[in-house]
Ligand binder design. Structure first.
Ligand code: 13P
Length: 253
C-alpha cells in the first residue's frame, strides 16, 4: 500500500502585507523547527510576498508556493506570473484552478490543465483544485462534476510526484459550512478511483487534500478520514496557532 506523507497548504489568498506576512512565516518556521508536525507544510502567499517569504524560509522545513501561474512560459501577459518566476524564487508548488479563479477569471478545465502542465515543465507540483457548487450538490451531480473537472484539468504525465488534487466544495469555502465526514469520505473515495482509472499504478501515491472551512476545531475529524491526505486551508492559515493545530492534527503516514 502506498504511503503518502500528509500535506497541509496555507492559501493566504489576497491577504498580507510585507511586515505581517514575513512575521507570520518566521513564527511558523520557528515553531515547526521546534516541534515538527507529522506532515509537509506549504504556504502560498500572494505574489508580492513570495520573494520575502522565500528569503525568510530558505533552508527551513516549511515550503512555499504560488497561488496561480500563467500557462505560457513567458511573454506579453500583463500582470501574470510565469512558472519559471515561481521556480526562480524556490517555490515547490503552485495552486491551479482554485474555484475563486474559475469563478472570477473564467478559468476552464482546459486552462487549468495548461497551467498544471506549465507547472510540471518548471518542476513544480501542481495543486489542482476541484469542487462542486451548491447547485451541483443539490442536483445530486457532485461526483459527475468533480469527475469532469479531474479528467479535464489533469495534464498528461500527472503523477503522485508532480500533482496534488485538492477537493474544495465551493459551498464550504469561507462559509464556515463544512462538508460532512460522509460527504468528504465519499468524494475522496471517488477521487481515488478517478485517479486510479487515469494513471493506473502509482495512483496510490497522489495526495488528495480537502479544503473548505478547515479549522483547528474540525481538522482532526477531517484528517482522519480515509483517502484524505491533508488540507488546503484558507482563513485559518492566517492565524499561526490555528494553522499549526491543523498541521498537528494530521495522521502520520
Ligand atoms: P477557507 O479555509 O477560508 O474556507 O478557504 C478554503 C480555500 O479556498 C483554500 O484554498
Amino acid at each position: 500500500m502506498a504511503v503518502r506523507r500528509p500535506l497541509v497548504v496555507g492559501n493566504w489568498k489576497m491577504n498580507g502585507l510585507l511586515a505581517d506576512g514575513v512575521a507570520r512565516v518566521r513564527d511558523l518556521c520557528t515553531r515547526v523547527v521546534a516541534e515538527p508536525p507529522p506532515c509537509d507544510v506549504l504556504v502560498c502567499p500572494p505574489a508580492t510576498l513570495i520573494a520575502p517569504v522565500a528569503e525568510a524560509l530558505r533552508g527551513s522545513p516549511v515550503l512555499w508556493g504560488g497561488q496561480d501561474c500563467h500557462a505560457e512560459d513567458k511573454g506579453a501577459f500583463t500582470g501574470d506570473v510565469a512558472v519559471a518566476m515561481l521556480a526562480d524564487l524556490g517555490c515547490r508548488a503552485v495552486i491551479v484552478g482554485h474555484s475563486e479563479r474559475r469563478r472570477d477569471h473564467g478559468e476552464t478545465d482546459a486552462i487549468v490543465c495548461a497551467k498544471a502542465a506549465a507547472a510540471h515543465r518548471a518542476g513544480l507540483i501542481a495543486i489542482v483544485c476541484v469542487g462542486e457548487s451548491l447547485a451541483d450538490r443539490d442536483a445530486g451531480c457532485s461526483e459527475a462534476v468533480v469527475g469532469g473537472q479531474v479528467s479535464g484539468s489533469l495534464p498528461q504525465g500527472a503523477s503522485g510526484a508532480n500533482t496534488v488534487i485538492a477537493y474544495e466544495p465551493v459551498w464550504a469555502i469561507g462559509t464556515g459550512r463544512i462538508a460532512s465526514a460522509e460527504q468528504i469520505a465519499a468524494m475522496h473515495r471517488h477521487l481515488r478511483g478517478l485517479v486510479r482509472a487515469r494513471i493506473g499504478c502509482g495512483a496510490g501515491d497522489m495526495r488528495l487534500l480537502y479544503g473548505g472551512s478547515v479549522s483547528a476545531a474540525n481538522a482532526a475529524e477531517i484528517l482522519r478520514i480515509a483517502e484524505v491526505d491533508g488540507a488546503l486551508v484558507g482563513g485559518a492559515s492566517l492565524k499561526i496557532n490555528d494553522f499549526l493545530a491543523i498541521c498537528r492534527s494530521c495522521v502520520a503516514a
